[in-house]
Design a protein around this ligand. Structure first.
Ligand code: BDR
Ligand code: CA
Length: 309
């Protein structure tokens, strides 16, 4: 069977960077494009960061395009410092030797859908996908699978109600969940089960490669952020869960749900209501429930070890 063709829509982002490196090193899938969206940092930085990651991975054949610079309604108020000022932990980088694709990110996604079955891994705010739906009505029916990192049932991370990717563009998220594609959602309730610790950072350093050293150094400020925010240095691998799902559909348990997104609300803008009642058991929208972190970490270690200088 042909490997799934995968487009990654992203706002790198330290955990986005790990997710992209995991995807690019995985033989189960064929990464055919990467589109940047504003999110963790503004679009000029997320697009540059996407090129940096593809460049250190040595995958110059993978097109990288810049998509939407602003959410559908309110702009994100300020740069997040969760991922450093540049979005990747403020390391020193060479100019990436991967050019930006001249197409708008939304057009790259549309072209890839028209060329054949496509799986989309969305690990940033959902603006690009909402604009895709607006420009190309019915295009959702041409997408094989959409895997999203976003949302939360129990508790958000930007507000008590809202997770960052949904909070950053709730109107876009609402449109994406209203469309007719097969969606698998990885919310915080799932992603908080997947984390790396200092032993993993030491392992990546010990690989002695540029990718290994950079991953460890990017993760260090992210670990410090987690220590300040959550009280320990475990670094949560939110975005890698969306990639892990397309590598191995058995790794994460799931159930059918209905997802609605709060776009109003005095305290709850950007909240996701994930209806897990049995009525939705057969829904084409599913949510990730549990993951074996040891199994995930072993896969991540193995894949990142395949990069060579
Ligand atoms: C999500 O927000 C971003 O900061 C991460 O990259 C991830 O996509 C987690 O809430
Ligand atoms: Ca992200």
């Amino acid at each position: 069977m042909a490997r799934p063709r995968v487009l990654i829509d992203t706002d790198p982002g330290i955990d986005d960077a790990v997710a992209i490196l995991l995807a690019l090193a995985s033989p189960e899938i064929d990464v055919v494009g990467i589109t940047a969206v504003a999110g963790n940092v503004p679009l000029d930085k997320t697009a540059l960061n996407a090129r940096r990651i593809v460049s250190i991975a040595g995958r110059h054949n993978v097109p990288v395009a810049a998509g939407c610079a602003e959410p559908l309604s309110e702009a994100v108020a300020e740069d997040s410092v969760v991922h450093g000022h540049d979005g990747l932990g403020d390391l020193t980088w060479d100019e990436p030797d991967v050019a930006l694709d001249p197409r708008h990110g939304v057009e790259l996604i549309a072209d890839l859908i028209h060329e054949g079955p496509l799986t989309i891994v969305a690990i940033g705010p959902l603006t690009n996908l909402a604009v895709l739906l607006q420009r190309y009505p019915d295009i959702d029916k041409g997408v094989e699978h959409l895997v999203i990192m976003g949302g939360a049932s129990f508790q958000g991370n930007v507000t008590p109600a809202a997770e960052f990717n949904i909070w950053a563009d709730p109107e876009a998220a609402r449109q994406v969940f209203a469309a007719e594609w097969r969606i698998t959602l990885m919310p915080l309730d799932l992603t908080h089960q997947a984390f790396l610790n200092d032993a993993d950072l030491d392992y990546f350093t010990s690989l002695g490669t540029d990718v290994g050293r950079r991953v460890a150094r990017m993760l260090e400020p992210y670990a410090q952020f987690h220590e300040r925010w959550y009280g320990n240095r475990d670094v949560i691998m939110h975005d890698a869960m969306a990639v892990y799902e397309v590598l191995d559909a058995t790794a994460i348990s799931k159930q059918g749900v209905r997802v609605t997104v709060e776009t109003g609300g005095e305290y709850s803008r950007g909240a996701t209501f994930i209806d897990r009642r049995r009525d939705h058991a057969q829904s084409q929208v599913r949510v990730g429930l549990t993951v074996d972190n040891d199994r995930f970490r072993a896969v991540l270690r193995e894949r990142l070890a395949t990069y060579r200088d």
